[in-house]
Design a protein around this ligand. Structure first.
Ligand SMILES: Cc1cc2nc3c(=O)[nH]c(=O)nc-3n(C[C@H](O)[C@H](O)[C@H](O)COP(=O)(O)OP(=O)(O)OC[C@H]3O[C@@H](n4cnc5c(N)ncnc54)[C@H](O)[C@@H]3O)c2cc1C
Length: 422
Protein backbone atom coordinates (compact mmCIF):
# COMPACT_ATOMS: atom_id res chain seq x y z
CA UNK A 1 0.00 0.00 0.00
CA UNK A 2 1.41 3.48 -0.84
CA UNK A 3 2.45 5.49 2.20
CA UNK A 4 -0.09 8.14 3.25
CA UNK A 5 1.19 11.62 2.46
CA UNK A 6 1.28 14.30 5.14
CA UNK A 7 -1.32 17.05 4.68
CA UNK A 8 -0.08 20.64 4.92
CA UNK A 9 -2.90 23.16 5.40
CA UNK A 10 -1.94 26.74 4.54
CA UNK A 11 -4.37 29.45 5.63
CA UNK A 12 -3.90 32.58 3.51
CA UNK A 13 -2.74 32.98 -0.09
CA UNK A 14 -0.96 36.29 0.49
CA UNK A 15 2.80 36.77 0.30
CA UNK A 16 3.65 34.28 3.08
CA UNK A 17 1.17 31.52 2.25
CA UNK A 18 1.86 31.60 -1.47
CA UNK A 19 5.64 31.45 -0.93
CA UNK A 20 5.19 28.35 1.24
CA UNK A 21 2.88 26.68 -1.30
CA UNK A 22 5.35 27.34 -4.13
CA UNK A 23 8.23 25.74 -2.21
CA UNK A 24 6.10 22.68 -1.37
CA UNK A 25 5.21 22.11 -5.03
CA UNK A 26 7.66 19.19 -5.40
CA UNK A 27 7.50 17.93 -1.79
CA UNK A 28 5.91 14.54 -1.06
CA UNK A 29 2.94 16.14 0.72
CA UNK A 30 -0.64 17.11 -0.02
CA UNK A 31 -1.20 20.85 0.29
CA UNK A 32 -4.57 22.49 0.96
CA UNK A 33 -4.46 26.29 0.65
CA UNK A 34 -7.51 28.06 2.07
CA UNK A 35 -8.24 31.74 1.49
CA UNK A 36 -11.35 33.82 2.05
CA UNK A 37 -10.84 35.51 -1.33
CA UNK A 38 -10.03 33.81 -4.64
CA UNK A 39 -7.05 36.01 -5.44
CA UNK A 40 -3.54 36.82 -4.36
CA UNK A 41 -3.27 40.58 -3.93
CA UNK A 42 -0.17 42.73 -4.41
CA UNK A 43 -0.93 45.15 -1.57
CA UNK A 44 1.98 47.56 -2.19
CA UNK A 45 0.18 48.80 -5.32
CA UNK A 46 -3.29 49.09 -3.76
CA UNK A 47 -2.91 52.86 -3.51
CA UNK A 48 -2.55 52.98 -7.31
CA UNK A 49 -5.97 51.33 -7.68
CA UNK A 50 -7.42 53.79 -5.14
CA UNK A 51 -6.01 56.69 -7.18
CA UNK A 52 -7.06 55.27 -10.57
CA UNK A 53 -3.58 54.57 -11.98
CA UNK A 54 -4.21 50.82 -12.21
CA UNK A 55 -7.31 48.65 -12.50
CA UNK A 56 -7.98 46.01 -9.79
CA UNK A 57 -7.19 43.14 -12.18
CA UNK A 58 -3.67 44.50 -12.70
CA UNK A 59 -2.54 43.89 -9.12
CA UNK A 60 -4.32 40.63 -8.27
CA UNK A 61 -4.48 37.11 -9.75
CA UNK A 62 -6.61 34.05 -8.96
CA UNK A 63 -4.67 31.87 -6.51
CA UNK A 64 -5.64 28.68 -8.34
CA UNK A 65 -4.28 30.18 -11.57
CA UNK A 66 -0.93 31.00 -9.93
CA UNK A 67 -0.72 27.46 -8.51
CA UNK A 68 -2.07 25.62 -11.55
CA UNK A 69 1.21 23.72 -12.01
CA UNK A 70 1.31 22.60 -8.37
CA UNK A 71 -0.48 19.28 -8.85
CA UNK A 72 -0.18 18.40 -5.13
CA UNK A 73 -2.10 21.58 -4.11
CA UNK A 74 -5.84 22.05 -3.69
CA UNK A 75 -7.09 25.62 -3.40
CA UNK A 76 -10.23 26.16 -1.32
CA UNK A 77 -12.27 29.36 -1.14
CA UNK A 78 -13.34 29.65 2.51
CA UNK A 79 -12.94 31.63 5.71
CA UNK A 80 -11.11 29.91 8.56
CA UNK A 81 -12.83 30.61 11.87
CA UNK A 82 -10.71 28.61 14.29
CA UNK A 83 -8.23 25.82 14.96
CA UNK A 84 -8.93 22.64 16.95
CA UNK A 85 -5.37 21.92 18.04
CA UNK A 86 -6.19 18.63 19.78
CA UNK A 87 -7.99 17.21 16.72
CA UNK A 88 -5.47 18.85 14.30
CA UNK A 89 -8.24 20.45 12.29
CA UNK A 90 -9.16 23.92 11.08
CA UNK A 91 -12.77 25.08 10.93
CA UNK A 92 -13.83 26.65 7.66
CA UNK A 93 -16.92 28.51 6.47
CA UNK A 94 -17.37 27.90 2.75
CA UNK A 95 -19.77 29.64 0.40
CA UNK A 96 -22.61 27.23 1.23
CA UNK A 97 -21.56 25.43 4.44
CA UNK A 98 -20.33 26.43 7.89
CA UNK A 99 -17.88 24.80 10.27
CA UNK A 100 -16.39 22.37 7.76
CA UNK A 101 -13.43 20.62 9.38
CA UNK A 102 -10.19 20.22 7.43
CA UNK A 103 -7.54 17.95 8.96
CA UNK A 104 -3.84 18.72 8.88
CA UNK A 105 -0.51 17.18 9.81
CA UNK A 106 1.20 20.55 9.43
CA UNK A 107 -0.51 23.93 9.66
CA UNK A 108 0.82 27.23 8.31
CA UNK A 109 -1.13 30.32 9.36
CA UNK A 110 -0.43 33.28 7.03
CA UNK A 111 -3.51 35.39 7.58
CA UNK A 112 -1.96 38.87 7.52
CA UNK A 113 -3.34 41.99 9.12
CA UNK A 114 -6.37 44.23 9.09
CA UNK A 115 -7.01 47.92 9.99
CA UNK A 116 -6.88 49.09 13.56
CA UNK A 117 -8.70 52.25 14.59
CA UNK A 118 -7.00 52.17 18.01
CA UNK A 119 -10.25 51.44 19.82
CA UNK A 120 -12.31 53.89 17.73
CA UNK A 121 -14.11 51.50 15.40
CA UNK A 122 -16.78 54.17 14.90
CA UNK A 123 -14.28 56.01 12.65
CA UNK A 124 -14.41 53.24 10.07
CA UNK A 125 -17.75 54.47 8.71
CA UNK A 126 -16.28 57.89 7.86
CA UNK A 127 -12.63 57.02 7.25
CA UNK A 128 -12.20 53.78 5.28
CA UNK A 129 -8.82 52.04 5.34
CA UNK A 130 -6.90 50.46 2.50
CA UNK A 131 -6.34 46.74 2.84
CA UNK A 132 -8.07 44.89 0.01
CA UNK A 133 -9.39 45.47 -3.51
CA UNK A 134 -12.89 46.34 -2.30
CA UNK A 135 -11.36 49.06 -0.06
CA UNK A 136 -9.33 50.43 -2.97
CA UNK A 137 -12.36 50.60 -5.29
CA UNK A 138 -14.47 52.19 -2.52
CA UNK A 139 -11.80 54.88 -1.95
CA UNK A 140 -11.47 55.44 -5.72
CA UNK A 141 -15.26 55.91 -5.89
CA UNK A 142 -15.14 58.34 -2.97
CA UNK A 143 -12.36 60.51 -4.45
CA UNK A 144 -13.85 60.65 -7.96
CA UNK A 145 -17.39 61.20 -6.64
CA UNK A 146 -16.22 64.20 -4.59
CA UNK A 147 -15.12 65.95 -7.80
CA UNK A 148 -18.39 65.04 -9.55
CA UNK A 149 -20.53 66.39 -6.69
CA UNK A 150 -18.48 69.60 -6.60
CA UNK A 151 -18.84 70.10 -10.38
CA UNK A 152 -22.61 69.60 -10.11
CA UNK A 153 -22.87 72.09 -7.23
CA UNK A 154 -24.13 75.62 -7.91
CA UNK A 155 -23.01 77.02 -4.56
CA UNK A 156 -19.21 77.42 -4.74
CA UNK A 157 -18.92 77.83 -0.95
CA UNK A 158 -19.69 74.11 -0.64
CA UNK A 159 -16.69 73.08 -2.73
CA UNK A 160 -14.30 73.49 0.15
CA UNK A 161 -15.20 70.40 2.17
CA UNK A 162 -15.94 68.39 -0.98
CA UNK A 163 -12.47 69.04 -2.33
CA UNK A 164 -10.61 68.57 0.94
CA UNK A 165 -8.97 65.15 1.23
CA UNK A 166 -7.67 64.17 4.66
CA UNK A 167 -5.38 61.19 5.24
CA UNK A 168 -4.72 60.03 8.79
CA UNK A 169 -1.30 58.38 9.17
CA UNK A 170 1.96 59.40 7.46
CA UNK A 171 3.50 55.95 7.05
CA UNK A 172 4.22 54.58 3.56
CA UNK A 173 0.53 54.14 2.64
CA UNK A 174 -0.45 57.67 3.76
CA UNK A 175 2.51 59.33 2.01
CA UNK A 176 2.06 57.32 -1.20
CA UNK A 177 -1.71 57.94 -1.28
CA UNK A 178 -1.52 61.67 -0.50
CA UNK A 179 1.11 62.23 -3.19
CA UNK A 180 -0.77 60.09 -5.71
CA UNK A 181 -3.99 62.09 -5.15
CA UNK A 182 -1.99 65.28 -5.81
CA UNK A 183 -0.64 63.83 -9.06
CA UNK A 184 -4.11 62.60 -10.08
CA UNK A 185 -5.44 66.12 -9.71
CA UNK A 186 -2.51 67.97 -11.25
CA UNK A 187 -1.74 65.71 -14.20
CA UNK A 188 -5.06 64.12 -15.11
CA UNK A 189 -8.02 66.14 -13.87
CA UNK A 190 -6.79 69.69 -14.18
CA UNK A 191 -8.39 70.50 -17.55
CA UNK A 192 -11.56 68.39 -17.42
CA UNK A 193 -13.86 70.42 -15.19
CA UNK A 194 -15.65 73.68 -16.03
CA UNK A 195 -17.20 74.91 -12.78
CA UNK A 196 -14.47 73.87 -10.37
CA UNK A 197 -10.71 74.17 -10.44
CA UNK A 198 -9.36 70.76 -9.37
CA UNK A 199 -6.09 72.47 -8.43
CA UNK A 200 -7.93 74.23 -5.60
CA UNK A 201 -8.32 70.85 -3.86
CA UNK A 202 -6.67 70.58 -0.47
CA UNK A 203 -4.81 67.41 0.55
CA UNK A 204 -3.97 67.13 4.25
CA UNK A 205 -1.79 64.39 5.76
CA UNK A 206 -1.88 64.12 9.56
CA UNK A 207 0.31 62.16 11.96
CA UNK A 208 1.16 62.23 15.66
CA UNK A 209 4.79 61.44 14.85
CA UNK A 210 7.33 64.27 14.40
CA UNK A 211 8.23 63.13 10.86
CA UNK A 212 6.65 61.14 8.02
CA UNK A 213 7.89 57.66 7.08
CA UNK A 214 9.38 57.02 10.51
CA UNK A 215 10.90 53.68 9.45
CA UNK A 216 13.29 55.54 7.10
CA UNK A 217 16.36 57.60 8.03
CA UNK A 218 15.60 61.24 8.98
CA UNK A 219 17.19 62.70 5.80
CA UNK A 220 14.91 60.53 3.65
CA UNK A 221 11.86 61.56 5.71
CA UNK A 222 12.88 65.15 5.03
CA UNK A 223 13.24 64.46 1.30
CA UNK A 224 9.71 63.01 1.24
CA UNK A 225 8.43 66.02 3.19
CA UNK A 226 10.02 68.46 0.74
CA UNK A 227 8.59 66.53 -2.17
CA UNK A 228 5.07 66.48 -0.67
CA UNK A 229 5.23 70.23 -0.09
CA UNK A 230 6.15 70.68 -3.78
CA UNK A 231 3.10 68.63 -4.69
CA UNK A 232 0.94 70.85 -2.50
CA UNK A 233 0.24 68.28 0.22
CA UNK A 234 -0.21 69.92 3.65
CA UNK A 235 1.55 67.77 6.21
CA UNK A 236 0.48 68.22 9.85
CA UNK A 237 2.93 66.47 12.17
CA UNK A 238 2.93 65.97 15.94
CA UNK A 239 -0.84 66.31 15.95
CA UNK A 240 -3.36 63.65 16.87
CA UNK A 241 -6.87 63.26 15.50
CA UNK A 242 -9.39 63.96 18.27
CA UNK A 243 -12.43 62.70 16.38
CA UNK A 244 -13.76 61.83 12.93
CA UNK A 245 -17.38 62.23 11.80
CA UNK A 246 -19.41 62.76 8.65
CA UNK A 247 -18.34 66.42 8.46
CA UNK A 248 -14.59 65.92 8.72
CA UNK A 249 -11.92 65.62 11.42
CA UNK A 250 -10.97 67.44 14.60
CA UNK A 251 -7.19 67.81 14.89
CA UNK A 252 -5.67 69.37 17.99
CA UNK A 253 -8.86 71.35 18.58
CA UNK A 254 -9.16 72.52 14.95
CA UNK A 255 -11.92 71.28 12.63
CA UNK A 256 -10.98 70.36 9.08
CA UNK A 257 -14.17 70.09 7.05
CA UNK A 258 -13.88 67.19 4.61
CA UNK A 259 -16.13 64.71 2.88
CA UNK A 260 -13.21 62.37 2.10
CA UNK A 261 -11.19 61.10 5.05
CA UNK A 262 -8.94 58.07 4.53
CA UNK A 263 -7.46 56.01 7.34
CA UNK A 264 -3.84 55.08 6.70
CA UNK A 265 -2.71 54.69 10.30
CA UNK A 266 -2.95 51.50 12.35
CA UNK A 267 -2.94 47.81 11.58
CA UNK A 268 -3.96 44.83 13.72
CA UNK A 269 -3.10 41.18 13.13
CA UNK A 270 -5.61 38.49 12.21
CA UNK A 271 -7.12 36.53 15.13
CA UNK A 272 -4.61 33.65 14.72
CA UNK A 273 -3.40 34.20 18.30
CA UNK A 274 -6.92 33.66 19.63
CA UNK A 275 -7.43 30.57 17.48
CA UNK A 276 -4.25 29.03 18.94
CA UNK A 277 -4.75 30.40 22.44
CA UNK A 278 -1.05 31.08 22.59
CA UNK A 279 1.38 33.86 23.51
CA UNK A 280 1.06 37.07 21.51
CA UNK A 281 2.94 40.37 21.55
CA UNK A 282 1.21 43.55 22.70
CA UNK A 283 -0.26 44.14 19.22
CA UNK A 284 -1.74 40.62 19.11
CA UNK A 285 0.76 38.97 16.76
CA UNK A 286 1.60 35.34 17.55
CA UNK A 287 5.00 34.93 19.16
CA UNK A 288 6.87 32.30 17.18
CA UNK A 289 10.09 30.42 17.86
CA UNK A 290 13.16 30.77 15.66
CA UNK A 291 11.91 28.01 13.35
CA UNK A 292 8.61 29.99 13.10
CA UNK A 293 6.68 27.28 14.95
CA UNK A 294 4.38 27.95 17.87
CA UNK A 295 5.43 27.13 21.44
CA UNK A 296 4.74 23.41 22.24
CA UNK A 297 3.42 22.80 18.71
CA UNK A 298 6.21 21.95 16.27
CA UNK A 299 3.54 21.13 13.65
CA UNK A 300 2.01 24.66 13.66
CA UNK A 301 3.75 27.61 12.02
CA UNK A 302 2.79 31.28 11.77
CA UNK A 303 4.38 33.51 9.12
CA UNK A 304 4.18 37.08 7.83
CA UNK A 305 2.27 39.98 9.31
CA UNK A 306 0.48 37.87 11.88
CA UNK A 307 3.71 36.47 13.37
CA UNK A 308 5.93 38.19 15.92
CA UNK A 309 9.66 37.46 15.94
CA UNK A 310 12.61 39.48 17.17
CA UNK A 311 15.92 39.57 15.35
CA UNK A 312 18.96 41.26 16.93
CA UNK A 313 16.68 42.63 19.66
CA UNK A 314 14.18 44.26 17.29
CA UNK A 315 10.83 42.98 16.03
CA UNK A 316 10.71 42.12 12.34
CA UNK A 317 8.60 44.60 10.36
CA UNK A 318 5.26 43.74 8.71
CA UNK A 319 6.50 43.86 5.13
CA UNK A 320 6.16 41.59 2.12
CA UNK A 321 9.81 40.47 2.14
CA UNK A 322 9.55 39.14 5.70
CA UNK A 323 6.37 37.23 4.81
CA UNK A 324 7.88 35.74 1.63
CA UNK A 325 11.15 34.71 3.29
CA UNK A 326 9.27 33.18 6.23
CA UNK A 327 6.85 31.33 3.91
CA UNK A 328 9.76 29.88 1.92
CA UNK A 329 11.59 28.92 5.11
CA UNK A 330 8.63 27.00 6.56
CA UNK A 331 7.96 25.27 3.21
CA UNK A 332 11.58 24.05 3.13
CA UNK A 333 11.49 23.05 6.80
CA UNK A 334 8.40 20.89 6.26
CA UNK A 335 9.89 19.33 3.13
CA UNK A 336 13.05 18.44 5.06
CA UNK A 337 11.04 17.02 7.93
CA UNK A 338 8.86 14.74 5.79
CA UNK A 339 11.88 13.51 3.82
CA UNK A 340 13.80 12.68 7.01
CA UNK A 341 16.45 15.38 6.60
CA UNK A 342 17.93 17.44 9.45
CA UNK A 343 16.22 20.65 10.57
CA UNK A 344 17.38 23.87 8.85
CA UNK A 345 19.19 26.62 10.75
CA UNK A 346 16.96 29.09 12.64
CA UNK A 347 15.15 31.60 10.44
CA UNK A 348 17.03 34.81 9.71
CA UNK A 349 15.53 37.71 7.78
CA UNK A 350 17.69 39.21 5.07
CA UNK A 351 16.69 42.87 4.78
CA UNK A 352 17.06 43.99 1.17
CA UNK A 353 15.92 47.53 1.95
CA UNK A 354 12.97 49.85 2.07
CA UNK A 355 11.29 51.96 -0.63
CA UNK A 356 8.44 54.46 -0.80
CA UNK A 357 7.08 56.50 -3.71
CA UNK A 358 6.32 60.19 -3.32
CA UNK A 359 4.42 61.21 -6.44
CA UNK A 360 5.37 60.91 -10.08
CA UNK A 361 8.95 59.82 -10.77
CA UNK A 362 10.19 60.25 -7.19
CA UNK A 363 10.94 57.62 -4.55
CA UNK A 364 13.13 57.21 -1.50
CA UNK A 365 15.32 54.16 -1.03
CA UNK A 366 17.20 52.87 2.01
CA UNK A 367 19.23 49.68 1.80
CA UNK A 368 22.01 49.14 4.35
CA UNK A 369 24.22 52.21 4.05
CA UNK A 370 22.74 53.22 0.69
CA UNK A 371 20.28 56.12 0.81
CA UNK A 372 18.81 57.63 -2.29
CA UNK A 373 15.93 59.86 -3.27
CA UNK A 374 14.64 61.02 -6.65
CA UNK A 375 14.11 59.56 -10.10
CA UNK A 376 16.77 56.83 -9.88
CA UNK A 377 15.22 55.53 -6.67
CA UNK A 378 11.86 55.57 -8.44
CA UNK A 379 13.27 53.44 -11.28
CA UNK A 380 14.56 50.93 -8.69
CA UNK A 381 11.13 50.99 -7.00
CA UNK A 382 9.38 50.35 -10.33
CA UNK A 383 11.73 47.48 -11.28
CA UNK A 384 11.36 45.76 -7.89
CA UNK A 385 7.57 46.08 -7.82
CA UNK A 386 7.26 44.70 -11.34
CA UNK A 387 9.51 41.78 -10.42
CA UNK A 388 7.36 40.82 -7.43
CA UNK A 389 3.98 40.88 -9.17
CA UNK A 390 2.66 37.32 -9.12
CA UNK A 391 2.45 36.67 -12.87
CA UNK A 392 4.28 37.81 -16.01
CA UNK A 393 1.01 38.95 -17.66
CA UNK A 394 0.53 41.45 -14.80
CA UNK A 395 4.13 42.66 -15.14
CA UNK A 396 3.63 43.49 -18.81
CA UNK A 397 0.25 45.11 -18.25
CA UNK A 398 1.46 47.27 -15.32
CA UNK A 399 4.65 48.32 -17.13
CA UNK A 400 2.68 49.42 -20.21
CA UNK A 401 0.18 51.30 -18.03
CA UNK A 402 2.92 53.08 -16.05
CA UNK A 403 4.73 54.22 -19.19
CA UNK A 404 1.40 55.38 -20.73
CA UNK A 405 0.36 57.23 -17.56
CA UNK A 406 3.81 58.76 -17.11
CA UNK A 407 3.79 60.35 -20.55
CA UNK A 408 0.08 61.07 -21.08
CA UNK A 409 -1.35 61.46 -17.57
CA UNK A 410 -4.13 59.07 -18.58
CA UNK A 411 -5.17 56.46 -16.06
CA UNK A 412 -5.94 52.74 -16.08
CA UNK A 413 -9.35 52.95 -14.45
CA UNK A 414 -11.05 56.22 -13.53
CA UNK A 415 -14.50 54.71 -13.18
CA UNK A 416 -17.00 55.13 -10.38
CA UNK A 417 -18.36 51.61 -9.96
CA UNK A 418 -20.79 50.83 -7.16
CA UNK A 419 -20.91 47.07 -6.69
CA UNK A 420 -24.10 45.34 -5.59
CA UNK A 421 -23.95 43.59 -2.23
CA UNK A 422 -24.62 39.83 -2.71
C1 LIG B 1 -1.84 49.44 1.45
C2 LIG B 1 -0.64 48.59 1.78
C3 LIG B 1 0.59 48.93 1.22
C4 LIG B 1 1.71 48.16 1.50
N1 LIG B 1 2.91 48.48 0.93
C5 LIG B 1 3.98 47.71 1.13
C6 LIG B 1 5.23 47.97 0.48
O1 LIG B 1 5.34 48.93 -0.28
N2 LIG B 1 6.27 47.12 0.72
C7 LIG B 1 6.16 46.04 1.55
O2 LIG B 1 7.12 45.29 1.72
N3 LIG B 1 5.01 45.78 2.20
C8 LIG B 1 3.93 46.57 2.01
N4 LIG B 1 2.75 46.30 2.65
C9 LIG B 1 2.71 45.20 3.62
C10 LIG B 1 2.64 43.86 2.93
O3 LIG B 1 1.60 43.85 1.97
C11 LIG B 1 2.40 42.79 3.99
O4 LIG B 1 3.49 42.81 4.87
C12 LIG B 1 2.25 41.40 3.39
O5 LIG B 1 1.11 41.35 2.57
C13 LIG B 1 2.14 40.36 4.49
O6 LIG B 1 1.97 39.10 3.90
P1 LIG B 1 1.10 38.01 4.66
O7 LIG B 1 1.23 36.76 3.85
O8 LIG B 1 1.45 37.96 6.09
O9 LIG B 1 -0.39 38.56 4.60
P2 LIG B 1 -1.28 39.00 3.33
O10 LIG B 1 -0.45 39.21 2.13
O11 LIG B 1 -2.12 40.12 3.83
O12 LIG B 1 -2.18 37.73 3.09
C14 LIG B 1 -3.11 37.28 4.02
C15 LIG B 1 -4.09 36.38 3.28
O13 LIG B 1 -4.86 35.68 4.25
C16 LIG B 1 -6.20 35.68 3.86
N5 LIG B 1 -7.00 35.53 5.07
C17 LIG B 1 -7.02 36.35 6.14
N6 LIG B 1 -7.84 35.88 7.09
C18 LIG B 1 -8.33 34.70 6.61
C19 LIG B 1 -9.23 33.73 7.13
N7 LIG B 1 -9.79 33.87 8.34
N8 LIG B 1 -9.54 32.65 6.37
C20 LIG B 1 -8.98 32.50 5.12
N9 LIG B 1 -8.13 33.40 4.60
C21 LIG B 1 -7.80 34.47 5.33
C22 LIG B 1 -6.41 37.01 3.16
O14 LIG B 1 -7.51 36.99 2.28
C23 LIG B 1 -5.07 37.16 2.43
O15 LIG B 1 -5.12 36.63 1.13
C24 LIG B 1 1.61 47.04 2.37
C25 LIG B 1 0.37 46.72 2.94
C26 LIG B 1 -0.74 47.49 2.64
C27 LIG B 1 -2.08 47.13 3.25
Amino acid sequence: MPEKKAVVVIVGGGFGGLAAARVLKHAPVKVVLIDKVNHHLFQPLLYQVATSVLAPGQIASPIRGILQDSSNTTVVLGTVTGVDIAAKQVMVNNQDRTDVRVSYDYLILATGQTHSYFGHNEYEKYAPGLKNLADAVAIRNKILTAFEIAEAEEDPSRYKDLLTFVLVGAGPTGVEMASAIAVLIQSTMKSEFRRIDPNSARIVLIDMAPRPLGSFAPDLSQASLDRMKKLGVEVMLGKGVDSIDGEGVMVAGERIASKTVIWTAGVAPSPAGQWLNTDTDRTGRVKVRHDLSVQDHPEIFVVGDTASLEQDGRPLPGVAQVAMQQGRYVGKLIERRVTGKSAPRPFRYFDKGNLAVVGKGFAILQSGKIRMSGFLAWLVWAAIHLQFLAQSSLRVSVLVQWVWTYFTGQRGSRLIVKHHVD
